[in-house]
Design a protein around this ligand. Structure first.
Ligand SMILES: [Zn+2]
Length: 253
């Protein structure tokens, strides 16, 4: 089947000098709520989990036929995942905790704003070498028949592929038994995965272009199951015990 990752922000020629600015910016912004999310949950030797809700603010990501915006579902799943991981004792850091795109006054065009935002997210992964990046997105395709989660992984760390496979396998085992999608290595088209040096996976949780899947993704109950799949995939990757009954997590948001 043809694979098409619609929502990943594709930039062939990125404005890398903005990276330094982003590092400075992220250091300043770490005084905000995202940084507090991490610092409030220090728990020892387990890796810091960077939770990246794709898009935000002016960048809605994929927009469904009914107006559903990817950015909103990304954030909702990410926040549920954050709760689950904190309950398992993980330190977490969210690249955004609200409907925000990170850029400063020097960014005027939409492209510049998106580039600055992606560099901010990348800088979040550069705060410590002992972290794992989970980037949460939704897919969209011209043909509405396609559905199902698919994981994309960074080419830069040998563990990224294993992490992606753990997440993909967990989706199949716990939520989507008919899902035959294969994990895929990111190229330059997915900036964050291509640039980060830490174990990193982008979870395309489902297709907003498929009405049945979209209708599920819009519900808290299904978002919770998706979050639990991602959490359990991570736990499996780290050799930890999974959350045994994901249906019991539906009221934990
Ligand atoms: Zn996206």
């Amino acid at each position: 089947m043809k694979k098409f990752c619609f929502c990943a922000f594709r930039l062939r020629a990125l404005l890398l000098p903005l990276g330094l600015l982003a590092v400075v910016t992220v250091a300043l912004l770490f005084g905000g709520r995202a940084a507090k999310t991490a610092s409030a949950n220090l728990s020892g030797a387990m890796p810091l989990i960077i939770l990246d809700a794709g898009h935000g603010g002016e960048d809605g990501g994929a927009v469904a036929a009914d107006g559903t915006m990817e950015k909103d579902i990304n954030l909702s799943i990410t926040q549920k995942l954050d709760v689950l991981l904190q309950a398992q004792g993980f330190r977490t850091l969210l690249t955004r905790t609200d409907d925000t795109l990170h850029y400063d006054a020097s960014a005027s065009s939409m492209r510049e704003k998106k580039v600055a935002d992606l560099h901010y997210r990348l800088a979040c992964t550069q705060q410590t070498p002992d972290c794992v990046l989970l980037s949460i997105h939704q897919n969209k395709f011209t043909d509405p028949q396609y559905d199902g989660a698919q994981m994309f992984y960074s080419p830069n760390h040998p563990q990224s592929e294993a992490l992606a496979q753990c997440l993909q396998d967990t989706f199949v085992a716990e939520l989507q038994p008919d899902n035959t999608r294969k994990i895929k290595q990111s190229g330059t088209e997915i900036f964050l995965l291509y640039q980060t040096k830490v174990p990193a996976v982008m979870a395309e949780c489902g297709f907003l272009s498929n009405k049945a899947e979209r209708d599920k993704l819009k519900t808290d109950a299904y978002q919770q199951k998706v979050a639990a799949c991602i959490a359990n995939g991570l736990l499996h990757y780290l050799g930890h015990k999974p959350i045994e009954d994901i249906t019991n997590t539906e009221n934990r948001t």
